[in-house]
Design a protein around this ligand. Structure first.
Ligand code: MN
Length: 215
């Protein structure tokens, strides 16, 4: 299994001056029927590419302003940058934390199973809490599972938009995109059904790999 984790650590991308759209770690058809080819293509090629382009355009703007020593609306620029970088990082995690049904889905094993059971009591309880977090994010947003390294406990977070949540230090273990663009081709306005489908493609091997990095 190929797991690309370059996006997980800024230091690992040192020297690279622009973001690039990562290839999906599976075929566009591979997550059907939970996410269709049409939905995934649109989401990856259009929406995710948009964040990559947006972040790179802001870097160009920053470089130009610094080189020419011209004025810059720092507040707006930093907010725009965090929006695009946040979108890029979350989407990169999202693609990696899914796998074709059969390989993905089911109950987690390994260290993540222990972490979940210890914190939530059972996988079923965790799944219910995470699903509720995903279903109830206001507007466009994400449900993510992160590790609070300071107290060694996992935490479910609702990331509204993603221009304010890029930089906290909690390491994200998995992410679920619940912006409408993530599911309207397949599920129209039925976010709950999309969230249910996610559990058939969640990639626990990936989650365990990230967990190993932080523990
Ligand atoms: Mn998205």
């Amino acid at each position: 299994m190929v797991i690309k984790m370059e996006h997980l650590s800024i230091s690992k991308t040192e020297g690279i001056k622009s973001f690039t759209l990562p290839k999906l770690p599976y075929d566009y058809k591979a997550l059907a029927p939970y996410m269709s080819e049409e939905q995934l293509k649109l989401h990856h090629d259009k929406h995710h590419q948009g964040y990559v382009n947006g972040a790179n355009a802001i870097f160009e703007k920053l470089d130009k302003a610094r080189k020419e020593n011209t004025d810059l609306d720092v507040k707006t620029t930093l907010k725009d940058l965090s929006f695009h970088i946040g979108g890029h990082l979350l989407h990169s995690t999202f693609w990696d934390n899914m796998a074709p049904p059969g390989k993905g889905g089911g109950k987690p094993g390994g260290a993540i199973a222990d972490v979940i059971n210890k914190e939530f009591g059972s996988f079923e309880r965790f799944k219910a809490e995470f699903s509720k977090a995903a279903a109830s994010v206001e507007g466009s947003g994400w449900a993510v599972l992160a590790m609070q390294q300071c107290v060694d406990r996992p935490l479910i977070m609702q990331v509204e938009k993603h221009n304010v949540n890029v930089y906290p230090g909690f390491r994200i273990l998995m992410a679920l995109d619940v912006w409408e663009h993530a599911y309207y081709v397949d599920y129209r306005n039925d976010r709950g059904k999309f969230v249910e489908g996610f559990w058939s493609v969640v990639n626990w091997d990936y989650v365990n790999k990230v967990l190993k990095l932080v523990k």
